[in-house]
Ligand binder design. Structure first.
Ligand code: ZN
Length: 163
């Protein structure tokens, strides 16, 4: 697993993360958590979605999950060549869904210190072998701003280190 951005173009990351941030803003405006996700293949956005926690009244309607289900059959064929951009580090459920969907590249903005995924990822060879790139802090400040605007309490939890 590579945690550098050497294999990627920084400006591509920011371009696609801005699209994910637009989705996050839409979610915040309608009362959902301000989290967006886009899935990219060969430079094209093939899916975009956002947290639908409130809209779908579901604890599992996270941005990454709903983005994956939007293009599920496409991912069966091309998942390995895709990158998912998400405005918050994937939670335990979404990370494993991303792995099962064969997506090998994950780029996120805001690190989730509450969920603290790195020890979980690094302790599990099945997951480590299936992620090529795991890149954080891309437009993190912009993601934090959306949290300040729409979900300040959640931001306090996610940016606090509990251990
Ligand atoms: Zn999630």
């Amino acid at each position: 697993m590579n945690i550098s951005i050497l294999n990627f173009n920084k400006f591509d990351h920011e371009f696609f993360m801005r699209e994910a941030l637009k989705e996050a803003e839409r979610a915040g405006k309608r009362g959902d958590r301000p989290i967006g996700a886009v899935i990219v293949h060969n430079g094209d956005i093939i899916s975009l979605s956002s947290s639908k926690y409130r809209t779908m009244d579901s604890n599992v309607a996270h941005a990454e999950n709903t983005a994956i289900f939007n293009c599920a059959s496409y991912l069966k064929k091309y998942g390995r060549e895709c990158t998912i951009y998400t405005t918050v580090e994937p939670c335990i459920m979404c990370l494993t869904t991303i792995v099962m969907a064969k997506i090998k590249n994950i780029v996120f903005a805001l690190e989730d210190k509450y969920m603290n995924m790195s020890p979980f990822i690094n302790s599990n060879p099945y997951i480590v072998e299936r992620i090529d790139n795991y890149i954080g802090k891309v437009l993190e400040v912009e993601s934090i701003e959306l949290y300040r605007k729409y979900a300040p309490h959640d931001l306090d939890i996610m940016t606090k280190i509990y251990n």
